[in-house]
Design a protein around this ligand. Structure first.
Ligand SMILES: [Mn+2]
Length: 317
């Protein structure tokens, strides 16, 4: 018996799982980052275990490493990923006898494809190429070569359909498994039953949302902001930058007596939104952080106006 634990939240993780399944016949366990440790607990007793597209969480690294060590002592363990990993941790993993396929330059599916290419049909490269597009790594050294085997738009359109269908079905826990099953048969995505309709539905949602944002969103200087009733604050904040033509978009949604906030930066964003989210939320009794152009925070509801004013002020210079 073989097992593949992979990321369930995006097309890269699901495609990586599908390719591993196609080659090894592995059982699949699709999880989110914070569920890796739990999944590792149930991974004993298999001959081979594959872990794909799941970066280690800083605060849990020690526990994850001891789970790796336990599994590697009785099974073949293969770790295929592209998230940043401390060189020390990577060396530790290798010393345990784990096969570690890692590069930050290509997405997990492309690394899986490359690792198994002798055992995969040519068609599998289309799926890896699509995954690279959805993970913003179409510029990766291996991905570039795979994409160039196809007509460019054929790859981008199939990739977009996969990503949109998945986000349309975000609440359906079985959908990632169904998608992995279809992809493991190497069908071009557009032939997957119902996929185009789901993608179209998602486009309708997004188009409607953009129109709604035009009416509801507010702006102070470089900052556009809106309360999101739609859920996906990251998406809304992202759309806002385009709809209002501002460098920074902010969307927030109610969560108990706190607001959850997402910040997104467009091309012209020259501020570190991760640092700003951390600083301002800290000053207001909340918490936050993230990347330069994508970050988040949680703050007490009463502090919302202050957060907006303070952020807009810092985006002046
Ligand atoms: Mn990925």
């Amino acid at each position: 018996m073989k097992l593949c634990i992979s990321h369930k939240k995006d097309i890269d993780g699901i495609t990586a799982a599908a390719l591993v399944k196609a080659v090894t016949g592995s059982e699949l366990k699709l999880v989110d980052y914070n569920e890796l440790l739990e999944a590792l607990e149930g991974a004993e007793g298999y001959e081979e275990v594959y872990i794909c597209d799941l970066g280690m969480i800083g605060s849990k690294t020690e526990e994850e490493l001891s789970a790796f060590r336990r599994i590697a002592s009785s099974s073949k363990l293969v770790y295929i990923d592209h998230h940043r990993i401390a060189p020390k941790v990577k060396a530790k993993i290798r010393r345990m006898g784990v096969v570690c396929v890692h590069s930050e330059k290509d997405c997990a599916s492309v690394l899986v494809y490359d690792h198994f290419k002798e055992s995969l049909p040519e068609e599998a490269s289309l799926l890896a190429a699509c995954a690279a597009v959805t993970d913003y790594l179409d510029d990766g050294p291996i991905a570039k070569k795979l994409i160039s085997r196809y007509e460019r738009m054929f790859v981008y359109l199939n990739a977009g359909m996969l990503a949109y269908a998945l986000s349309r079905r975000a609440k359906d826990r079985d959908f990632p498994y169904k998608l992995a099953e279809w992809l493991s048969k190497f069908q071009p995505p557009y032939k997957i039953p119902g996929l185009m309709e789901l993608a179209k539905d998602r486009m309708d949602q997004i188009w409607g949302l953009m129109k709604e944002l035009k009416e509801k969103a507010e702006r102070i200087g470089n900052l556009g902001f809106v309360k999101s009733n739609f859920g996906d604050c990251g998406l809304v904040a992202n759309l806002l930058t385009g709809v209002l033509g501002v460098p920074v978009g902010m969307a927030f949604t109610s969560s108990g007596d706190m607001y959850k906030i997402s910040l997104r930066g467009s091309e012209g964003c020259r501020w570190d939104l991760g640092r700003l989210a951390d600083e301002i939320s800290g000053e207001l009794g909340g918490m936050g952080g993230g990347h330069r152009k994508a970050s988040g925070a949680v703050i007490p509801k009463s502090k919302l106006d202050e957060f907006v004013r303070s952020l807009a002020e810092r985006l002046k210079s």
